[in-house]
Structure formats: C-alpha cells, structure tokens
Write a protein that binds this ligand. Structure first.
Ligand code: PEP
Ligand code: MG
Length: 661
C-alpha cells in the first residue's frame, strides 16, 4: 500500500515534527517507508527521517506493508498534509545545544601559591568587585579510548553500552518529569531523548562494538558520522541537529566513563564563574543569584553576556583571552569589573581590600534604595523617565524592585533564541501583554527582532557574512522576512490593547525602512480587523544607532513618535571598532567627542521636532554622563535594572543643584 502527497507541514519534517511523525509511524505494526525522489528510509527512525531532509512542498510517498497498512498510510498522509503538524505544542520542538561540562575547581584542584598566577587584565564589562571560589565552566574533552577488544570482551562491552544508553535515557526521563522545567527546556530534553533512543544511532554504535571497538570510541565514531551527515545538509534546522547528536554522544560517553556532566546549576553560592565563553541563553537561565562574578575569555563591554551580568548587578570582566585557561587551576579569584583587573589567588591584603569594597558597595546599594520611588525631574519640571532594559520576563521583578519607570528597551532576541521554532504569534502576544501589565501605566518599549549573522537563530537562514555587524540584521532582515516580522507586529498590535506598548525598530539607516515597516503594520492591523481580533495602534519609534540615522535624524524625527539612542552600536559604528573585539576595546568609548557629538545631533533633531528622545544603550546608566544627556534634552534613560536607583539619584541631584542656584 502506498500513497504520495505534497508535504504541507510548516518548515518540513524537522526536529519535533519529525519525531512526532516517527511516534505516529511506530503506533502501527506495519513496516513503513518514506520515499523522497529516489531515496527511501525507515519511517520509524527520526534520525533517518531528518536526514532525508523533507521540506515543505516536497513530494513524498508513504509506503506500508502489514496488517494495518491502510490505516497507517492514511494517518501519516494526513499528518504530512497538515501545516501545523508537530508544532502545536510550543517549546516541544526544541533541540539542544552541545552539552557543556564544568570543571569544578574545588579544594582538591592543584593550587598555585598566593599571587603566583599573576594579575590578569580583561575588558571591564559589568561594574563592581567580587571575590569568591572559582567555578570553571569548560567543556571537557572526551577522547577516543582506541581499545581493540578481544572476542571475549565484546559481550561485556555491549552490556556496558546498554547500561550507558539506559542511564542517559533514565536521566532524561527524570528531567522531563521535573515539575519546575520550563516548556522550552522540556522540548530540548525531549528532542535529545528521541535521538538517544533512535535505532539508527544505537544500531550504528552496537555494530562498531560488535566489530571489536571499545564503547567510547564506538559512540564517538557513530555520533560524529551522523552529526557530519546532519552538518552537510542544506538546511539550517538540520545542521543544528548535528549539535544534538553530538550532545547525546557526549552524554553516553560520560556515562560510560562514570563521569557526571555538571552544569551551571551546580555553581555554589558566591562563586566566580569562569569560562571561555558562555551563550547568552545559557547565562540567562543559570542560577544568577548564586553567581558573584563572571570572567570570560571572549566578549566585550557591550556583548550580551555583559548586558545580562549588568542586568543582575554581577561584576564581570570579559575578553581576557587565552589566559582565562590559567584560571582553571585556582581556588579563589578576585575581579574588578570597573578596571578589568583579575587577581588569581589574591593575597591577604588584596582580599581585605576587595571585602572592604564589597562592604561599601553593599551599603551604597542600601542607601540608594531610598531613591526607588523617586520621580526625577529636570529643573523645568519635565519628568526624566528612568526605565529598565530587559531581555526576558524573568527580569521584571528586579526592574520593579529597582524602581523602573517602565521599560525603555525589551530585547526580543532571547524570546527567539529560546525556541527552536520561531515563537508563535500567540506566545509573543502573551509575552508583550505580560510586560505591559507589569509596568502599567508606564510605557513599555518593545524592540522588534534585532538579530543577525553574529547570533543566528533557528528558523532563519543567515548567509555567511564577512562582517555580520555590517550585514543582514535588525530591520534589514525583518523587512526581507515578512513571515518572521509580521507575526511579531501582529502580536505587538494585539498587546497594544493594554495601552502602554510602544514599538521601536533597530538598526534603521533610512526613511524607506520606517515607511516599509509602517506598511506592514497597517497590513497586519487590517488582517486582525478582518479576523475580528482585538488590537490597538502603538507609537512607533526608531533606535538611533547607525551613523546614517544620526545624519538624517531631522527627517526621521518627522516620521516617528520617538528616538531611542543605542549607544552600544552607535559607538562601534562611529568609531569603526567592533564592540566584541577586546583588542579595540579602548576605541569603543562612548565619551569620545565623535560619539558625544552624534548623540547631541540626534537629541537636537528630536527636541526640535517635539518628539521624545531617550537612550537605551549602556551609557544611559552612567552617572558621569547623565548630566550631559539631560542637558542635551533626553527625557528617558533606560538601563540595566541595577543602575536605576543611582541614575534616579543622579537626576535628582541635578534638580537639587539647580534649585540651589
Ligand atoms: C545599542 O546598540 O545600544 C542597544 C541598546 O542595542 P543592543 O545592545 O541590543 O545592540
Ligand atoms: Mg544595538
């Protein structure tokens, strides 16, 4: 029995849609094959199925032989013809990033004597000082054992392998059963579990062990082959599955070696996190309250790890370079997020100095709490809104506690990075509405997706670019991908019924981009109207973060409701200095007269046109610059929540000083 059809499943048989298809196929007794062009695979193996690379609009044949062949073909064809197959459960379609391994640097680690590792220097990325136990987060390298087995060793090795597979599956089951698991994480684990149980993988590993290869080498060999197959597919979703297969292989090897793959959850309270690099998403979901400081080999002051660290008031030194490896063997480390200094195994005098500074910072923080509910004003009575920059709903509480007068920048990237599929319109509408409700009556400014080749997301195929920061990112990408942009605009229009949502476009460099976005917004509003869904108009603004936007600011100001100056990007573009490159960190200086002049030009254009001018780059929270920004006419400053009380005090001090004159 066989039938052919055109696949309508949105984005084809990737990840979850593939594993759900396999689950459905497995519910029938018949042998089932899926045929595409001249290739056919067993429809009961998700790995094989994914490697077939079935895309939306491909012609496919389902072939079944067995007692329930007719029912099987009917059900599977029905599945393939439904655009929403497999993606209805949001988050369940996740797959994983490669697992990471922390190397605990506890007292048993070999210790270098006091000060002998020498002072290190990195880029000061999040202010404040910290001292604590070093906690290394470095992926452990798993090596081939390269043992050739004697015939009589093989049964024992096969048994060991079975146990390792079972242990990994068991661990994944336990994680899935945890009630506190976020839906998106559940999806990641479910996708990994599907791979760990796939016949294609288990069969390939077992065949290698049967042939006399030790289990660890067999797992590495089989998983790297399957991963290479995924990596060579012409499809970004399927390329990402290579990481999943490697992650599963890694778990099985660790089980064989009797090692645990620890993660950031194990970080002890008050520890200093040390890593070569940490994904923004990994850090965002780490137990941040327990992390006293962050040191990374990569990154710079405006990289997203720095932004997350600042959002949580965690001192950080990034861009340390290769010498971060030297810190793998220290017990205690002190770091100064203001100067970029790092002291491995600090001597007593240094430790005392750090403890004293931490004590002072704590009492300053307590004293600043008095400013939480202050409404700072300019001398003429104009309110200066001190708002929060947020990247996820988890940060709402910290912003409210700090006294945020709304949200000046909600970065929607994390929402997109969290999910292997693009977040649905409904999920987005709910997220934006939650923010609106949390901060009402203050405004909440949501920035439309600002993502590019430097940090790609699943579901958008980014071309390889020589200079991703000068490439297809932000509004440029969104306008080319209405299938990505429109659901976000529709979600924003729906959330705008709460009355306090504003929207801003990132990376704008021309009027035509604003106009094209407006056309799409109107199109979305018409659609919602026709569908009978509630929506409301919102104020549309732009981020001023390209030199082009500064130069045309007077024209832009006539087209939009507000400006928000993005000093992180504006600085890198004005200074032609990559914000992530520690070697040019010195040039990445917002106080450079060229950058300050650009800010002033923007403010002047906005003030003359009578629109609000705010700032959401990291400079907005700097007490040394706030007086200049207020003088230039900025009336909104949006920053990491931890900087809010100090910024309020700063504006209030200005007001008090002007009254005393
Ligand atoms: C900026 O560029 O200043 C900004 C706020 O945006 P991001 O740091 O997210 O690029
Ligand atoms: Mg920016």
């Amino acid at each position: 029995m066989e039938r052919s059809t055109i696949v309508r499943v949105h984005d084809g048989l990737h990840a979850r849609p593939a594993t759900r298809f396999v689950k459905l196929a497995k519910s029938f007794e018949s042998d089932i094959e899926l045929v595409k062009a001249d290739r056919s695979v067993n429809a009961k193996s998700s790995v094989k199925l994914m490697l077939l690379g079935v895309k939306e609009n491909d012609e496919i044949t389902v072939r079944a032989t067995g007692a329930d062949a007719i029912e099987a073909v009917e059900a599977l064809i029905g599945y393939l013809e439904n655009p929403n197959s497999g993606i209805l459960e949001d988050g369940a379609a996740e797959a994983a990033k490669p697992a990471e391994k922390k190397v605990p640097l506890g007292p048993e680690s070999s210790s270098v004597g006091p000060g002998s590792a020498g002072k290190l220097r990195g880029v000061p990325a999040s202010e404040g000082v910290a001292i604590g136990l070093a906690f290394g987060f470095f992926p452990a390298e798993i090596k081939h054992e390269n043992r050739l087995l004697n015939g009589d060793e093989i049964p024992g090795e096969v048994a060991r392998l079975k146990q390792a597979f079972a242990a990994v599956q068991d661990r994944m089951d336990k994680s899935l059963a945890a009630t506190n698991l976020a839906e998106s994480d559940r999806g990641i684990i479910a996708a990994l579990k599907d791979i760990a149980g796939d016949d294609e993988l288990t069969g390939a590993v077992a065949a290698l062990v049967d042939g006399g290869i030790d289990a660890v080498s067999a797992v590495i060999g089989a998983t790297s082959k399957i991963a290479a197959d995924f990596a060579s597919m012409d499809d970004p979703y399927l390329n990402a599955r290579a990481d999943d297969v490697n992650a599963v292989g890694r778990q099985i090897c660790l089980a064989l070696l009797g090692q645990d793959d620890a993660n950031l959850d194990a970080i002890p309270a008050g520890a200093i996190l040390i890593a070569e690099d940490i994904g923004a998403w990994d850090l965002a979901r780490a137990p941040l309250k327990r992390i006293a400081g962050v040191i990374c080999g990569h990154g710079g002051a405006t990289s997203h790890v720095a932004i997350i660290a600042r959002a949580h008031g965690i001192p950080a030194v990034l861009g340390v370079g290769r010498s971060v490896q030297d810190l793998q063997h220290v017990n205690t480390v002190a770091l100064d997020g203001n100067s970029g200094d790092i002291f491995p195994e600090p001597d007593q005098a240094t430790a005392d100095r750090f403890h004293k500074q931490i004590g002072k910072a704590e009492s300053d923080k307590q004293a600043l709490k008095a400013y939480r509910d202050v409404t700072p004003k300019r001398a003429d009575g104009t309110v200066i809104e001190i708002a929060a920059n947020l990247g996820s709903l988890e940060e709402i509480e910290a912003a409210q506690d700090a006294g945020a007068m709304g949200v000046g920048l909600f970065r929607t990237e994390l929402l997109f990075m969290r999910h292997i599929h693009l977040p649905s319109e409904d999920l987005q509408a709910e997220t934006y509405a939650t923010l609106a409700k949390a901060f009402a009556p203050y405004p909440v400014i949501v920035r439309t997706l600002d993502i590019g080749g430097d940090k790609p997301i699943s579901g958008i195929d980014f071309p390889a670019e020589e200079n991703p920061f000068l490439g297809w990112r932000g509004i440029r990408m969104c306008l080319d991908r209405p299938d990505v942009f429109k659901p976000q605009l529709r979600a924003l229009l729906r959330a705008a019924t709460h009355g306090n949502i504003k929207v801003m476009l990132p990376m704008v460099s021309g009027l035509d981009e604003v106009r094209a976005a407006r056309v799409l917004i109107e199109e979305c509003a018409d659609e919602l109207k026709r569908e009978g869904k509630a929506y409301a108009a919102f104020d549309l603004g732009v981020m001023v973060e390209t030199p082009a936007a500064v130069m045309i600011a007077p024209m832009l100001a006539r087209e939009v409701a507000f400006f928000s100056i993005g000093t992180n990007d504006l600085t890198q573009y004005i200074m032609a200095a990559d914000r992530l490159n520690p070697t040019v960190a010195k040039l990445n200086d917002v106080t450079h007269p060229a950058v300050m002049a650009a800010i002033e030009l923007t403010a002047k254009a906005g003030v003359e046109a009578g629109i609000m001018v705010g700032m959401c780059g990291e400079a907005a929270g700097r007490p040394d610059l706030i007086p200049s920004f207020v003088k230039m006419g900025l009336t909104e400053l949006s920053m990491s929540p931890s900087s809010i009380p100090r910024a309020k005090k700063c504006v209030l001090d200005l007001e008090t000083a002007s009254q005393g004159r």
